[in-house]
Ligand binder design. Sequence first.
Ligand code: NAI
Length: 332
Amino acid sequence: MKHTITLIPGDGIGPEVTSAVVRIIEAAGVDVAWETHYAGAQALEKFGTTLPDDLLESIKRNTVALKGPITTPIGKGFTSVNVGLRKTLDLYANLRPVRALPNVPCRYPELDLVVVRENTEDLYSGIEHVVVPGVVESIKIITEKASTRIARFAFEYARREGRKKVTAVHKANIMKLSDGLFLDCFRNVAKDYPEIEADDKIVDNACMQLVMRPEQFDIMLLENLYGDIVSDLCAGLIGGLGLVPGANIGELGALFEAVHGSAPDIAGQGIANPTALLQSGILMLRHIGERAAAQKIESALLKVFVEGNVRTRDIGGQAKTTEFADAIIAAF
Ligand code: NAI
């Protein structure tokens, strides 16, 4: 079956890692027509907007997209394209499986957990204003609707993937109303899944526990901002940002991307690790029903890591991005 998939190469190392992943997916025998679109600074230059209508229409039509990282200017300039895409397409669930890979030097070589992050509200609502000069207010929005649907997503995922426990992470001791609502919704939804253990932890303790005893977690469910921070912490536990995949999923479509950013410090050198985006590609292939190809790529990826001869610089090797992709294809 032929698939049409929207492809956003992105900025910095984005084009390097996306072209490696496209090559691997095609070599695995998946028949794809890629619709390439630009977003962010590149789109602003070409079309006068960071999120062109053509791109949004393409994702809506195809319902699936693979995306490289996009640079977001800090403090000034345009608002985050990543946040814009998630909001416009209502990609409410951010899924980040964090699983250690063989032979990667890391603190927790056995770790296998999943972070589920609410993607549409919280302090990411972007509602900020200057009250008086020198005083700024940022508004945190938490709704029953979004908290309930993300909790349901986490439990459904647990049921489908045979996971045993969902832990809600919050600060309801201080933010009694907002995080309190998030926690209440979680507890209500949990009642519908009696076979799955449901517990909760305050976010500061959860971070400490993650560093000391991360094996106690299975699925972690978090609001948007805590989810952003904690998922990077989890990436660090298994060897860094170059390895961890991510998916943004909504009712109408899904967008697959790496957790890492555009890595301006190494862009253009051909040394970026494409593993994170490749793992996102594997999630994408499963999502579109290409399970055999996903398995083929995953087995090849594991084989290359077990052999340990071809690895990129971020995990202690010398291989270029393209050499790593060649090794995966050779391991099919
Ligand atoms: P970053 O993730 O781009 O880089 C952090 C560090 O990790 C750097 O030292 C980088 O070289 C390294 N790194 C990241 N990915 C790597 C890979 N695949 N292989 C090898 N090393 C890798 O984070 P940073 O520097 O905070 O952000 C840079 C830009 O990316 C910012 O404009 C930020 O807004 C944007 N960004 C975009 C995201 C997205 O599009 N989803 C996510 C995170 C950041």
